[in-house]
Design a protein around this ligand. Sequence first.
Ligand code: S3P
Length: 430
Amino acid sequence: MKLTATPGGPLTGEAAIPGDKSCSHRALILGAMANGETRVSGLLESDDVLATASALEGFGARIERSSGDWMIRGGPWQSPDTPVDCGNSGTAARLLMGVVAGMAGVRATFTGDDSLSSRPMGRVTAPLGRMGAKFGGSERLPIAVEGSRLGGIDHRNVPASAQVKSAILLAGLGTDAPVRVIETIPSRDHSEIMLAQFGCSVAVDDTPEGWIISLGDRRSLAGAQLTIGADPSSAAFPMVAAAIVPGSEAMVRGMLVNPLRTGLYEAMETMGANIELSNERIQSGEIIADVRVCQMPLGPCHVRPEHIPAMIDEIPALAVACAFADGESVIEGLAELRVKESDRLGAIVAGLTACGVTALVDGDALRIFGRGKVRGGASIATSGDHRIAMAFLTLGLAAERPVEVDEAEMIGTSFPSFVEVMRSIGANIG
Ligand code: S3P
């Protein structure tokens, strides 16, 4: 399916952003591991999260939607009859492999779509293997996992990956051996926060060695009630659109503003964007706030590698903001972008170039030479990557000429209501 974004007037109003994807996967998984019932409000109902839900049903969890909330009843896990299809979702595959690795008596084979089957899995099978986990295959899906009682681990999480950290912590729930993950650059901490909501003891210590995340003595989970905040990675698109389309002013209510997720917003502030947070509060252990963005002329940014994990999924959106800035932006430390849903570094440079923006890859860095305006008028190959599709549609809203993207159905993996939400603030996408 193709979609086209056509430049138009200012974007105004409230963008209703669905629940955070990382937290939604974790809420389902922890709910299925917990004793008793878990109720989740604001769960993201996207293809990736629904892949996790049906995988968990295969492991024996009972999951149902009732009056807009999701109820999950955990219980003893069983081996599914068929392979576990994780679709496009790296989070589903890596976290669930961790869980199964630590569940003695359970076995499963994990599969995924072409994109997921080409992504590296050695980053989880290697540390889990050091804990004693047994795998058939290790580098790429399909991978068979045979659950067993694991030993402990001290794992240095380099490059900083929340999926790897989470796989280890989840595997560690099945043992009482010491399980520690050490990070010098922190990755998103939703697993740590949510495990505590389920009654599990997780400590985070700031030491000269780095942050040490360790599982404590209490490793059994009790059903919880959770409300999930709006996803800052999805909000990135209307927020960047409001920052670049002249005269715009848009807001998102109840957005997750966990500091390990707000790197895009901080980078945009250094570019001169007008971003205001209000009504900060704690919801299910996470900080949320209302966020308002008004259009302003943007300058360039220089992002250093240590800031990348807090904006890892927002680089396509940030690249669009940089294209409309006046001057040369440099975003360093982007090696991980090559192994996301597509080679995002390549896709960003190819797309920007097609839209008349000078951009290049310099080692692991991206250099974008903004001129304050963008020609557009291109048809973008998204390589089946949802965030590349949404980023270039966002660009098309502020360009001189419309921008078309292919494989737009992939937007459903993370933000199925994207078109509707963007139209609700005045965007012309169809
Ligand atoms: C995620 C972690 C990040 C991110 C992904 C979701 C998570 O991946 O890119 O979209 O939910 O833990 P890495 O952990 O591989 O950086």
